[in-house]
Design a protein around this ligand. Structure first.
Ligand code: HEC
Ligand code: HEC
Length: 282
Protein backbone atom coordinates (compact mmCIF):
# COMPACT_ATOMS: atom_id res chain seq x y z
CA UNK A 1 0.00 0.00 0.00
CA UNK A 2 2.82 2.36 0.83
CA UNK A 3 4.16 1.70 -2.65
CA UNK A 4 0.86 2.47 -4.33
CA UNK A 5 0.58 5.73 -2.48
CA UNK A 6 4.28 6.55 -2.52
CA UNK A 7 3.53 9.92 -4.02
CA UNK A 8 0.92 12.16 -2.60
CA UNK A 9 -1.66 12.24 -5.33
CA UNK A 10 -5.13 13.35 -5.98
CA UNK A 11 -7.71 11.70 -8.21
CA UNK A 12 -11.47 11.67 -8.35
CA UNK A 13 -13.38 8.79 -6.89
CA UNK A 14 -14.67 7.61 -10.28
CA UNK A 15 -11.18 7.79 -11.76
CA UNK A 16 -9.96 5.90 -8.77
CA UNK A 17 -12.58 3.21 -9.15
CA UNK A 18 -11.88 2.81 -12.86
CA UNK A 19 -8.11 2.60 -12.44
CA UNK A 20 -8.79 0.38 -9.47
CA UNK A 21 -10.38 -2.19 -11.77
CA UNK A 22 -6.93 -2.84 -13.11
CA UNK A 23 -5.55 -3.32 -9.66
CA UNK A 24 -7.28 -5.77 -7.39
CA UNK A 25 -5.35 -4.44 -4.47
CA UNK A 26 -6.60 -0.88 -4.89
CA UNK A 27 -10.14 -2.06 -5.41
CA UNK A 28 -9.87 -4.02 -2.23
CA UNK A 29 -8.65 -1.01 -0.29
CA UNK A 30 -11.38 1.31 -1.51
CA UNK A 31 -14.15 -1.22 -1.04
CA UNK A 32 -12.92 -1.94 2.45
CA UNK A 33 -13.08 1.78 3.19
CA UNK A 34 -16.56 2.15 1.69
CA UNK A 35 -17.87 -0.96 3.37
CA UNK A 36 -17.36 0.28 6.90
CA UNK A 37 -19.62 3.32 6.47
CA UNK A 38 -23.15 2.11 6.58
CA UNK A 39 -22.70 -1.01 8.63
CA UNK A 40 -21.07 0.40 11.70
CA UNK A 41 -23.19 0.12 14.82
CA UNK A 42 -24.21 3.11 16.84
CA UNK A 43 -21.67 3.81 19.52
CA UNK A 44 -23.83 4.96 22.35
CA UNK A 45 -21.69 7.45 24.21
CA UNK A 46 -24.52 9.69 25.27
CA UNK A 47 -23.16 10.24 28.71
CA UNK A 48 -26.36 11.23 30.50
CA UNK A 49 -27.20 7.98 32.27
CA UNK A 50 -23.96 7.78 34.21
CA UNK A 51 -23.45 4.29 32.83
CA UNK A 52 -20.26 2.99 31.31
CA UNK A 53 -20.44 3.80 27.57
CA UNK A 54 -18.74 0.52 26.68
CA UNK A 55 -21.36 -1.43 28.59
CA UNK A 56 -24.11 0.58 26.85
CA UNK A 57 -22.46 -0.19 23.52
CA UNK A 58 -22.33 -3.92 24.29
CA UNK A 59 -25.96 -3.78 25.41
CA UNK A 60 -26.98 -2.06 22.19
CA UNK A 61 -25.29 -4.76 20.12
CA UNK A 62 -27.02 -7.55 22.06
CA UNK A 63 -30.35 -5.73 21.89
CA UNK A 64 -30.06 -5.13 18.15
CA UNK A 65 -29.07 -8.69 17.44
CA UNK A 66 -31.68 -10.57 19.49
CA UNK A 67 -34.40 -8.37 20.95
CA UNK A 68 -35.34 -6.22 17.95
CA UNK A 69 -36.81 -9.23 16.10
CA UNK A 70 -39.83 -8.95 18.38
CA UNK A 71 -39.52 -5.57 20.12
CA UNK A 72 -38.24 -3.55 17.16
CA UNK A 73 -35.40 -1.05 17.17
CA UNK A 74 -37.46 1.49 19.09
CA UNK A 75 -38.58 -1.11 21.66
CA UNK A 76 -42.28 -0.54 20.92
CA UNK A 77 -43.20 -3.27 18.45
CA UNK A 78 -44.83 -5.71 20.89
CA UNK A 79 -48.36 -4.34 21.44
CA UNK A 80 -48.76 -2.86 24.91
CA UNK A 81 -45.03 -3.12 25.70
CA UNK A 82 -42.64 -0.18 25.59
CA UNK A 83 -39.02 -0.91 26.44
CA UNK A 84 -37.74 2.54 25.56
CA UNK A 85 -39.15 4.90 28.17
CA UNK A 86 -37.96 3.39 31.42
CA UNK A 87 -41.24 2.08 32.82
CA UNK A 88 -42.24 -1.56 32.69
CA UNK A 89 -45.24 -3.67 33.62
CA UNK A 90 -43.29 -6.54 35.11
CA UNK A 91 -40.13 -4.90 36.36
CA UNK A 92 -39.37 -2.29 38.99
CA UNK A 93 -35.63 -2.71 39.42
CA UNK A 94 -32.67 -3.50 37.19
CA UNK A 95 -32.51 -6.87 38.89
CA UNK A 96 -36.11 -7.59 37.81
CA UNK A 97 -35.17 -6.71 34.22
CA UNK A 98 -32.11 -8.93 34.27
CA UNK A 99 -34.28 -11.75 35.59
CA UNK A 100 -36.87 -11.25 32.81
CA UNK A 101 -34.21 -11.06 30.10
CA UNK A 102 -32.52 -14.27 31.25
CA UNK A 103 -35.61 -16.28 32.20
CA UNK A 104 -38.31 -14.86 29.95
CA UNK A 105 -41.89 -14.44 31.12
CA UNK A 106 -43.45 -17.90 31.49
CA UNK A 107 -46.73 -18.36 29.66
CA UNK A 108 -45.98 -15.51 27.22
CA UNK A 109 -43.96 -15.21 24.06
CA UNK A 110 -41.13 -13.47 25.89
CA UNK A 111 -38.43 -16.18 25.66
CA UNK A 112 -35.67 -17.07 28.10
CA UNK A 113 -32.33 -15.94 26.71
CA UNK A 114 -29.28 -17.98 27.34
CA UNK A 115 -26.93 -15.17 28.34
CA UNK A 116 -24.69 -14.24 31.24
CA UNK A 117 -25.79 -11.91 34.00
CA UNK A 118 -23.22 -9.40 32.71
CA UNK A 119 -24.68 -9.42 29.19
CA UNK A 120 -28.19 -9.02 30.54
CA UNK A 121 -26.97 -6.13 32.73
CA UNK A 122 -25.45 -4.50 29.63
CA UNK A 123 -28.82 -4.78 27.87
CA UNK A 124 -30.45 -3.13 30.89
CA UNK A 125 -27.93 -0.27 30.67
CA UNK A 126 -28.92 0.14 27.04
CA UNK A 127 -32.63 0.23 28.02
CA UNK A 128 -31.77 3.09 30.39
CA UNK A 129 -29.92 4.79 27.58
CA UNK A 130 -32.95 4.56 25.31
CA UNK A 131 -35.10 6.06 28.06
CA UNK A 132 -32.62 8.92 28.53
CA UNK A 133 -32.48 9.53 24.78
CA UNK A 134 -36.26 9.52 24.56
CA UNK A 135 -36.79 11.82 27.54
CA UNK A 136 -35.89 14.95 25.55
CA UNK A 137 -37.22 13.71 22.25
CA UNK A 138 -40.09 15.61 20.67
CA UNK A 139 -40.59 13.35 17.65
CA UNK A 140 -44.14 12.52 16.66
CA UNK A 141 -45.35 10.59 13.66
CA UNK A 142 -44.40 13.03 10.96
CA UNK A 143 -45.27 13.49 7.32
CA UNK A 144 -42.59 11.72 5.27
CA UNK A 145 -43.50 13.52 2.04
CA UNK A 146 -42.88 16.85 3.68
CA UNK A 147 -39.72 15.36 5.21
CA UNK A 148 -38.52 14.46 1.74
CA UNK A 149 -39.24 17.97 0.48
CA UNK A 150 -37.21 19.37 3.40
CA UNK A 151 -34.37 16.97 2.67
CA UNK A 152 -34.27 18.35 -0.85
CA UNK A 153 -34.74 22.04 -0.06
CA UNK A 154 -32.21 22.04 2.81
CA UNK A 155 -29.52 20.59 0.55
CA UNK A 156 -28.78 17.45 2.58
CA UNK A 157 -27.70 15.75 -0.66
CA UNK A 158 -24.79 18.19 -0.95
CA UNK A 159 -23.14 16.05 1.69
CA UNK A 160 -25.14 12.82 1.83
CA UNK A 161 -26.07 10.05 -0.51
CA UNK A 162 -29.35 8.16 -0.78
CA UNK A 163 -29.34 5.38 -3.33
CA UNK A 164 -27.38 6.71 -6.27
CA UNK A 165 -28.06 10.37 -5.61
CA UNK A 166 -25.94 12.82 -3.65
CA UNK A 167 -22.46 13.27 -2.28
CA UNK A 168 -20.14 10.79 -0.58
CA UNK A 169 -18.59 13.39 1.67
CA UNK A 170 -20.89 12.65 4.60
CA UNK A 171 -22.27 9.25 5.65
CA UNK A 172 -24.49 7.37 3.21
CA UNK A 173 -28.10 7.63 4.43
CA UNK A 174 -29.58 4.92 2.19
CA UNK A 175 -30.04 2.53 5.13
CA UNK A 176 -30.14 5.03 7.99
CA UNK A 177 -33.65 3.96 9.04
CA UNK A 178 -32.32 0.54 9.99
CA UNK A 179 -29.27 1.90 11.75
CA UNK A 180 -30.43 4.69 14.03
CA UNK A 181 -33.33 5.32 16.35
CA UNK A 182 -35.54 8.42 15.94
CA UNK A 183 -34.16 10.07 19.07
CA UNK A 184 -30.63 9.72 17.72
CA UNK A 185 -31.60 11.19 14.33
CA UNK A 186 -33.36 14.07 16.02
CA UNK A 187 -30.27 14.87 18.07
CA UNK A 188 -28.10 14.73 14.96
CA UNK A 189 -30.26 17.42 13.34
CA UNK A 190 -30.36 19.67 16.41
CA UNK A 191 -26.96 19.18 18.02
CA UNK A 192 -24.75 17.51 15.42
CA UNK A 193 -21.40 17.95 17.15
CA UNK A 194 -22.60 16.15 20.26
CA UNK A 195 -22.13 12.63 19.00
CA UNK A 196 -19.88 11.97 16.07
CA UNK A 197 -19.40 8.30 15.37
CA UNK A 198 -15.77 7.25 14.99
CA UNK A 199 -16.35 6.03 11.44
CA UNK A 200 -17.91 9.38 10.46
CA UNK A 201 -15.07 11.59 11.66
CA UNK A 202 -13.13 14.07 9.62
CA UNK A 203 -9.41 14.55 9.78
CA UNK A 204 -7.27 17.67 9.37
CA UNK A 205 -3.74 17.25 8.07
CA UNK A 206 -0.99 19.84 7.85
CA UNK A 207 1.70 19.09 5.29
CA UNK A 208 5.39 19.83 5.81
CA UNK A 209 4.98 22.71 3.38
CA UNK A 210 2.26 24.18 5.60
CA UNK A 211 -0.88 23.30 3.61
CA UNK A 212 -3.92 22.43 5.74
CA UNK A 213 -6.56 20.05 4.36
CA UNK A 214 -9.69 18.77 6.08
CA UNK A 215 -11.72 15.88 4.77
CA UNK A 216 -13.42 12.67 5.62
CA UNK A 217 -11.11 10.08 7.12
CA UNK A 218 -11.28 7.08 4.80
CA UNK A 219 -8.46 4.98 6.07
CA UNK A 220 -5.24 5.24 8.01
CA UNK A 221 -2.38 2.99 8.93
CA UNK A 222 1.14 3.36 10.25
CA UNK A 223 2.39 4.94 7.03
CA UNK A 224 -0.50 6.64 5.31
CA UNK A 225 -3.63 8.71 5.83
CA UNK A 226 -6.36 8.54 3.18
CA UNK A 227 -9.00 11.25 3.17
CA UNK A 228 -11.74 12.55 0.91
CA UNK A 229 -11.82 16.31 0.46
CA UNK A 230 -15.02 18.35 -0.01
CA UNK A 231 -14.89 17.87 -3.80
CA UNK A 232 -15.00 14.08 -3.21
CA UNK A 233 -11.38 13.78 -4.27
CA UNK A 234 -9.40 11.07 -2.52
CA UNK A 235 -6.08 12.26 -1.15
CA UNK A 236 -3.43 9.97 0.21
CA UNK A 237 -0.58 11.23 2.35
CA UNK A 238 2.55 9.59 3.63
CA UNK A 239 2.67 10.31 7.31
CA UNK A 240 6.32 11.25 6.85
CA UNK A 241 5.16 14.21 4.73
CA UNK A 242 2.80 15.50 7.40
CA UNK A 243 3.51 17.83 10.28
CA UNK A 244 0.21 17.19 11.99
CA UNK A 245 -2.77 14.84 11.82
CA UNK A 246 -5.85 15.78 13.88
CA UNK A 247 -8.93 13.60 14.09
CA UNK A 248 -11.95 15.89 14.45
CA UNK A 249 -14.07 14.30 17.14
CA UNK A 250 -15.70 17.45 18.53
CA UNK A 251 -16.58 19.39 15.42
CA UNK A 252 -18.47 18.55 12.27
CA UNK A 253 -19.41 20.27 9.02
CA UNK A 254 -22.94 18.94 9.49
CA UNK A 255 -25.00 22.10 10.16
CA UNK A 256 -27.27 22.40 13.19
CA UNK A 257 -30.93 22.94 12.32
CA UNK A 258 -31.78 24.03 15.87
CA UNK A 259 -34.01 27.10 15.68
CA UNK A 260 -34.25 26.77 11.89
CA UNK A 261 -36.85 24.00 11.81
CA UNK A 262 -40.08 23.68 13.79
CA UNK A 263 -40.68 20.58 15.91
CA UNK A 264 -43.09 19.44 13.23
CA UNK A 265 -40.42 19.85 10.51
CA UNK A 266 -37.94 17.85 12.58
CA UNK A 267 -40.52 15.08 13.05
CA UNK A 268 -41.25 15.07 9.31
CA UNK A 269 -37.58 14.85 8.41
CA UNK A 270 -36.90 12.11 10.97
CA UNK A 271 -39.95 10.16 9.76
CA UNK A 272 -38.56 10.37 6.22
CA UNK A 273 -35.09 9.28 7.36
CA UNK A 274 -36.59 6.36 9.30
CA UNK A 275 -38.12 5.12 6.03
CA UNK A 276 -34.70 4.79 4.41
CA UNK A 277 -34.03 1.08 4.59
CA UNK A 278 -32.22 0.34 1.36
CA UNK A 279 -28.89 -1.20 0.52
CA UNK A 280 -26.28 1.46 -0.31
CA UNK A 281 -25.13 1.45 -3.95
CA UNK A 282 -21.38 1.68 -4.34
C1 HEC B 1 -39.80 -13.97 20.42
C2 HEC B 1 -40.13 -12.57 20.68
C3 HEC B 1 -39.34 -11.85 21.78
C4 HEC B 1 -37.98 -11.72 21.90
C5 HEC B 1 -36.88 -12.29 21.00
C6 HEC B 1 -37.76 -10.89 23.06
N1 HEC B 1 -38.95 -10.54 23.62
FE1 HEC B 1 -39.20 -9.40 25.29
N2 HEC B 1 -41.20 -9.73 25.21
C7 HEC B 1 -41.87 -10.35 24.18
C8 HEC B 1 -43.29 -10.32 24.43
C9 HEC B 1 -44.37 -10.88 23.53
C10 HEC B 1 -43.44 -9.64 25.67
C11 HEC B 1 -44.78 -9.37 26.37
C12 HEC B 1 -45.12 -10.53 27.23
C13 HEC B 1 -46.56 -10.42 27.71
O1 HEC B 1 -46.77 -9.67 28.67
O2 HEC B 1 -47.42 -11.02 27.08
C14 HEC B 1 -42.11 -9.28 26.12
C15 HEC B 1 -41.85 -8.62 27.30
C16 HEC B 1 -40.61 -8.12 27.66
C17 HEC B 1 -40.33 -7.34 28.84
C18 HEC B 1 -41.32 -6.95 29.91
C19 HEC B 1 -41.78 -5.55 29.62
C20 HEC B 1 -42.57 -4.96 30.76
O3 HEC B 1 -43.30 -3.97 30.48
O4 HEC B 1 -42.45 -5.42 31.90
C21 HEC B 1 -39.02 -7.01 28.80
C22 HEC B 1 -38.26 -6.18 29.81
C23 HEC B 1 -38.47 -7.60 27.61
N3 HEC B 1 -39.46 -8.27 26.94
C24 HEC B 1 -37.17 -7.44 27.21
C25 HEC B 1 -36.61 -8.16 26.16
C26 HEC B 1 -35.22 -8.09 25.83
C27 HEC B 1 -34.22 -7.18 26.48
C28 HEC B 1 -35.01 -8.97 24.81
C29 HEC B 1 -33.69 -9.36 24.15
C30 HEC B 1 -32.69 -9.86 25.06
C31 HEC B 1 -36.30 -9.56 24.50
N4 HEC B 1 -37.23 -9.04 25.32
C32 HEC B 1 -36.50 -10.50 23.51
C33 HEC B 1 -41.29 -10.95 23.09
C34 HEC B 1 -39.95 -11.10 22.86
C1 HEC C 1 -22.17 20.41 4.76
C2 HEC C 1 -22.39 18.98 4.73
C3 HEC C 1 -23.63 18.42 5.39
C4 HEC C 1 -24.95 18.82 5.23
C5 HEC C 1 -25.49 19.97 4.39
C6 HEC C 1 -25.73 17.88 5.99
N1 HEC C 1 -24.92 16.96 6.61
FE1 HEC C 1 -25.52 15.41 7.74
N2 HEC C 1 -23.59 14.93 8.14
C7 HEC C 1 -22.50 15.51 7.54
C8 HEC C 1 -21.29 14.88 8.02
C9 HEC C 1 -19.88 15.20 7.59
C10 HEC C 1 -21.69 13.90 8.93
C11 HEC C 1 -20.76 12.93 9.69
C12 HEC C 1 -20.18 13.61 10.91
C13 HEC C 1 -21.23 13.83 11.95
O1 HEC C 1 -21.81 12.85 12.45
O2 HEC C 1 -21.53 14.99 12.25
C14 HEC C 1 -23.16 13.96 8.98
C15 HEC C 1 -23.94 13.12 9.75
C16 HEC C 1 -25.32 12.97 9.55
C17 HEC C 1 -26.12 11.93 10.14
C18 HEC C 1 -25.64 10.82 11.05
C19 HEC C 1 -25.26 9.60 10.24
C20 HEC C 1 -24.99 8.38 11.09
O3 HEC C 1 -24.23 7.51 10.62
O4 HEC C 1 -25.58 8.26 12.16
C21 HEC C 1 -27.41 12.13 9.70
C22 HEC C 1 -28.62 11.30 10.04
C23 HEC C 1 -27.40 13.30 8.86
N3 HEC C 1 -26.11 13.78 8.80
C24 HEC C 1 -28.51 13.80 8.23
C25 HEC C 1 -28.54 15.01 7.52
C26 HEC C 1 -29.72 15.62 7.00
C27 HEC C 1 -31.12 15.04 7.08
C28 HEC C 1 -29.33 16.80 6.42
C29 HEC C 1 -30.19 17.86 5.78
C30 HEC C 1 -31.25 18.39 6.63
C31 HEC C 1 -27.88 16.88 6.56
N4 HEC C 1 -27.45 15.79 7.23
C32 HEC C 1 -27.11 17.91 6.07
C33 HEC C 1 -22.52 16.55 6.65
C34 HEC C 1 -23.64 17.26 6.27
Amino acid sequence: MAAIWALRRSISLSQYLSTAKRSKKRLYIIYAALAVWPLAPLSAQRGNTGRDPHEVQTGSEVFNSICTICHGQEGNQVPGIDLAHGTFHFAKTDQDLIHIIRNGIPGTEMPANNMSEASAAAVVSYLHQMAADNADNTITNGNPDHGKALYQSLGCAKCHRMGEVGSRLGPDLTNIGNLRRSAVLERKLLDPAKDILPENRFVTVVTQSGRTITGRLMNQDTFTVLLMDPSETLLSFDRADLKQVTIEDKSTIMPSYQGKLSNQDVSDLVTYLKQQKGVPVQ
